[in-house]
Design a protein around this ligand. Structure first.
Ligand code: F6P
Length: 504
């Protein structure tokens, strides 16, 4: 049992610690890098430009002990039902081979089925497949989309479109690119009930039917933890790729939900992705708190959220291949930790998830960086960059990209005084973290995403919240269903007027 008084005392110590200016920290600690840079799985995490000191780190370590972080982490990997509000285990790591032996074995069986189906598709068992139309939303789209966009841009294996929005324009644009006769329709939904996905799937079937495809359902694959529902919908059992209920939607890209990525990348690359994530799992499981990158990053997050009252954190990918990373992280972090009660139902002790936002560098520099440098909000910034130039054929471009990335971090921290002209003064002392990836490969991307997952979990444990439910999204869904069924009646005048005006 944790001791609430001890936890409160740790938070008080964290808040009482001195917060020196970043420039002073560098001046006073000539070897600051040694204590604030960690290299793991091909990634370099530079926390040196954050305000964490020996004193705050020690106070956070004490907090981790007080909340029994080690025990909670072990419980997750053991497959205990740590998602207490839903009575479920949290086993996305089993999908990459780390965790409870039984769950790892079950996940392996799912992978064998997935590979067999991919081999069959490649061998022409479903006819000639050139295009993959993946419909899913939230965790059933954001992860696969990030993987395909980052790693399969030039894949000549399949042309993949991932459609999430219920706005028909999104689906129509994808359908316009594809020939229905050669399209594999992939329906990704953990629950197989999500309105947007089911409507998009039905419209895609209509599109195939109208184009004269004889057996459109013969070109459908379902990725789901609810196989019975998929069968009821019309998908043949042999083309359903299941996964466990204990894999949360926003943690599901490692399960069969990653199918389009496996198709586009090929099996070896897909396995390398899982191995990269497993390498981060092992690090997270075994590294000491101070050297443990996901936990250390959570210390930084909570320092800014709870001590410095920063309401947001910004992630800028200085690599076009990672342009979807900020949207992926928005769901991962905000759906997991945007909570007001602890796992035991009592109110939280302070702000929970920071609002995650961001974009790509250098575009963002010319749009939002003004506020970061001179605005009244202090926003902890995370830069994510890749050393090797990747698809950049001209090294000059990559060099300029990286120079800009590093210049921004330095400028935010250094600032520049200008007593004669306040409009041209930069306060400086603004924090940033830099994640530098040697080379963007399936392995390093797997490690990067797993790092973010564990960081989110670590944040949740330190705040004593359950990061694995998402009841906040339910009320709006319920009301939408009620409007579809009963129309405008019973709502407030503003909502009724909007419904009547726009929907009649
Ligand atoms: O509405 C939120 C949510 O439940 C997410 O957590 C999930 O990733 C998304 O909807 C899609 O759910 P499903 O995979 O069941 O269609």
């Amino acid at each position: 049992m944790t001791d609430p008084d001890r936890i409160t005392a740790c938070w008080n110590d964290i808040k009482a610690a001195k917060v020196p200016d970043l420039r002073t920290l560098f001046a006073d600690e000539p070897d600051r890098l040694a204590g604030h840079v960690i290299e793991e799985a091909g990634l370099r995490f530079d926390f040196a430009k954050t305000h964490l000191t020996e004193e705050t780190l020690a106070a956070f370590e004490a907090l981790a002990q007080a909340v029994e972080f080690g025990g909670k982490r072990a419980a997750m990997f053991a497959g205990d039902a740590i998602n207490v509000t839903e009575g479920r285990a949290v086993e996305h790591t089993a999908e990459r081979g780390e965790g409870n032996a039984q769950s790892v074995a079950a996940a392996r069986e799912h992978k064998v089925r997935m590979r067999t189906l991919i081999d069959a598709i490649e061998a022409g068992a479903l006819g000639e497949i050139r295009h993959v139309l993946h419909v899913g939303i939230g965790g059933s789209a954001l992860g696969p989309d990030l993987l395909v966009d980052a790693l399969a841009r030039h894949s000549d294996r399949y042309d993949v479109a991932i459609v999430s929005n219920v706005d028909g324009v999104a689906l129509e644009e994808a359908m316009a690119r594809f020939d229905p006769a050669f399209t594999l329709l992939v329906i990704a939904s953990k629950t197989f009930t999500t309105t947007e996905t089911m409507l998009n799937a039905a419209s895609a079937i209509d599109w195939m039917t109208q184009a004269g495809v004889e057996d459109p359902y013969g070109q459908v694959i379902a990725l789901t933890a609810a196989p019975d529902k998929a069968i009821e919908w019309g998908v043949d059992e042999t083309r359903i790729l299941g996964f466990s209920e204990s894999v949360g939607g926003r943690y599901s890209l490692w399960s069969s939900i990653g199918f389009p990525a496996a198709l586009a990348l090929g099996w070896d690359a897909y396995e390398a992705l899982l191995e990269g994530a497993a390498a981060m799992d092992r690090h997270f499981r075994h590294a000491e708190p101070r050297a443990n990158v996901p936990l250390r990053a959570a210390f930084v997050d909570l320092f800014y959220a709870r001590v410095m009252a920063c309401q947001t954190r910004a992630v800028f990918a200085y690599d076009e291949r990672l342009r979807l990373l900020p949207s992926y992280l928005q769901q991962l972090e905000m759906e997991s930790n945007g909570k007001s009660v602890k796992a035991d139902g009592s109110p939280v002790d302070g702000p929970t998830s920071a609002i995650t936002w961001g974009g790509v560098g250098t575009d963002a520099q010319h749009a939002v960086f003004q506020l970061l440098h001179q605005g009244t909000h202090v926003v902890p910034v995370e830069f994510v960059a890749v050393t090797e130039p990747g698809d950049n054929l001209d090294p000059a471009h990559h060099q300029t990209l990286l120079v800009n990335c590093f210049a921004q971090g330095a400028a935010l921290m250094q600032g520049r005084a200008n007593p004669d002209d306040p409009a041209r003064a930069y306060p400086g002392n603004r924090p940033s973290t830099t994640i530098l990836i040697d080379e963007l490969t399936p392995h390093t991307l797997g490690a990067l995403i797993a790092f973010y997952e564990h960081r989110t979990f670590a944040n949740g444990v330190l705040m004593e919240i359950n990061s694995f439910d998402q009841f906040g999204v339910e009320l709006g869904k319920e009301i939408a269903k009620s409007i579809e069924k009963n129309g405008a009646q019973g709502f407030d005048p503003s909502t009724m007027a909007l419904i009547e005006l726009a929907l009649g």
